[in-house]
Design a protein around this ligand. Sequence first.
Ligand code: C2E
Ligand code: MG
Ligand code: MG
Ligand code: MG
Length: 290
Amino acid sequence: RAKAGGKARYEVFDTSMRDRVVALFQLETDLRRAIDNQELHLHYQPIVSLVNQKIVGFEALVRWQHPQRGAISPAEFIPIAEETGLIVPIGWWVLQQACLQMQLWQAQFAMNVPFKISVNFSAPQFTQPQVGKQIIQILQATGLDAKSLQLELTESVLMEHPEAIAALMEELNALGVSLALDDFGTGYSSLSYLQRFPINILKLDRSFVCRIGKCYQSWEIVRATIMLARALDMEVVAEGIETLEQLARLRGLKCKFGQGYYFSQPVDSTAAGELLAQQFDRLVEVVSRK
Ligand code: C2E
Ligand code: MG
Ligand code: MG
Ligand code: MG
């Protein structure tokens, strides 16, 4: 009896494991075709000045509309893309799409202030040969000024290949591309990394922002990060601002930039263009003619 029960349990486990592996494999296969099938698109989330609530840039966030399963969250498919290397072609597609869109907006609107498009970059993308050249090529092909581009990377990227990435970051920084450390405070890098790499922006992780009014330690971490950034001549962007109270506390700490649902969710390019139209004069009226 004990043996039969054990076997049954074993089989249940076995089947669910197999289902999981099959599902993952299917997702990988589908993702491989997603670019060619035009199932990927970008959403844009405003990054705003906390002083005057004006938009100073957008973060580009990839979206996958699966033909059968509908929208699949990047939290689900980006890790698979990273493990399989598919993030490399996807990442180039994202970068080129984001630069192109930004260049179009610059041609449409009188953006009389520095305004950036911020693009997430994963470790496998940074370790490609010729990655610097490829980024320059995309800037040239899309006609976007390097100063309008910001790349977001996480602490783990820096830790995996510090030398190669330091050299690349110096190269990109010299061109005018800014570099932001994403999800700051959640990784395991030492503070000495902030000195070693030419980082311009710290993106303070949402987990601290969401507890800022509830937990004294989170408030202290935010305060210390803002002071550290100021001392090292970096800017801070607070991620995941959802409430007026969080905004007020961040402003109290003289945090200058933020993003979050309080201001806007990530939106499609049309809606992002409408946000720009509220803030900037139009340079050209776009008239569609048959
Ligand atoms: P991330 O780069 O830290 O992006 C911020 C995430 O927080 C986005 O989730 C955004 O929608 C979400 N968010 C923004 N404001 C709020 C808020 O007020 N409350 C809450 N609860 N969430 C907020 P999303 O778009 O699902 O992306 C998740 C992650 O997937 C990103 O985190 C990034 O690590 C990765 N990712 C997304 N697009 C790309 C991409 O094109 N390339 C790479 N390599 N990674 C990407
Ligand atoms: Mg990001
Ligand atoms: Mg982040
Ligand atoms: Mg994140």
